[in-house]
Design a protein around this ligand. Structure first.
Ligand code: SF4
Length: 284
């Protein structure tokens, strides 16, 4: 699926700029920061500059839009893997305004805006309650505390699709109070996964299973992205020595630290690749 992106649930990725600063536990092992450092870019933290791009970069989505248009299909663009579109900094305002124009100029692309700063959305978008049909708006919810903090700020906005990234999943989350409001579906898509990387934190399998069951109960699309670098040892075909991992308020689990590919992305015997049906998801 990911023609120009390594992320399986999108076709393309587009970064209006590079650089960010950390805001919550999900950011602790930010892969984008590590990648930027490897590329020699010092763009992390509030006092660091951001990396900006020229016209050729900004024209790329216009050609993706033309291709999608001629092929008669819609394509998804994940924006942004190396930044947070809603980071509050004066030097990002002009780039953000350019991004909104680009989104409006590319109606065959569905733009996935995922943020850890949903409290800033209201004052940063120009759409004042009338969102373009090609914006999917999402926030990261890694635990119960962040669900309570970020979901109300996401659900204020009538974007065509509203989605959650529960990755890295760091604790149990009960989304039921937000799944359906006043008879309509308020969350359209949940992406869940464990953490990868050198300092990856294990995800209790019950946290992921519970999210899956909540999505089934409320007919919400569910995508299980990965176990990450820790997987329940019983799921591996080959015997790998495991560690008995203790979790707060949950049973310990024998987990094995393996590479991401070996850990795979099967949950309850199934690969979950759910994508929301856009027409069904339009919010009033
Ligand atoms: S908000 Fe995203 S890009 Fe920014 S530091 Fe956190 S994880 Fe990294």
């Amino acid at each position: 699926m990911a023609k120009h992106s390594p992320i399986e649930w999108t076709h393309h990725t587009f970064n209006p700029w590079w650089g960010c600063s950390k805001v919550s536990a999900a950011c602790n092992n930010c892969y984008a920061e590590a990648w930027a450092k490897r590329m020699g870019e010092n763009v992390w933290g509030q006092s660091a500059p951001r990396r900006f791009f020229g016209d050729a970069h900004w024209k790329e989505p216009l050609s993706w839009n033309e291709e999608a248009d001629s092929a008669g299909r819609r394509e998804r663009v994940f924006c942004a893997s190396m930044a947070d579109v809603f980071e509050r900094r004066a030097d990002l305002n002009a780039e953000r305004a350019r991004l909104w124009e680009l989104i409006e100029a590319t109606p065959c692309l569905d733009w996935l805006l995922l943020t850890k700063r949903p409290q800033n959305i209201e004052n940063m978008v120009p759409w004042d309650g009338k969102w373009p049909a090609n914006v999917w708006l999402g926030t990261t919810v890694e635990n119960k505390f962040m669900a309570e903090k970020r979901l109300p700020d996401l659900l204020k906005h009538p974007a065509a699709v509203r989605f959650l990234s529960c990755e890295p999943l760091l604790g149990p989350i009960d989304l039921r109070p937000w799944m359906r409001k006043k008879g309509y579906k308020s969350i359209d898509w949940v992406i869940a996964g464990g953490e990868s990387g050198h300092h990856a934190r294990p995800m209790h399998p019950d946290w992921a299973k519970d999210l899956l069951n909540q999505c089934k109960d409320f007919d919400v699309a569910f995508h299980f992205k990965q176990w990450g670098h820790w997987v329940p040892a019983e799921l591996l075909k080959e015997t790998v020595p495991g560690n008995l991992v203790k979790f707060q308020d949950a049973e310990p689990v024998l987990m094995a630290r393996v590479d991401k590919k070996t850990a795979g992305r099967i949950l309850e015997g199934v690969t979950w690749d759910g994508i929301p049906r856009v027409a069904a998801a339009l919010h009033a």
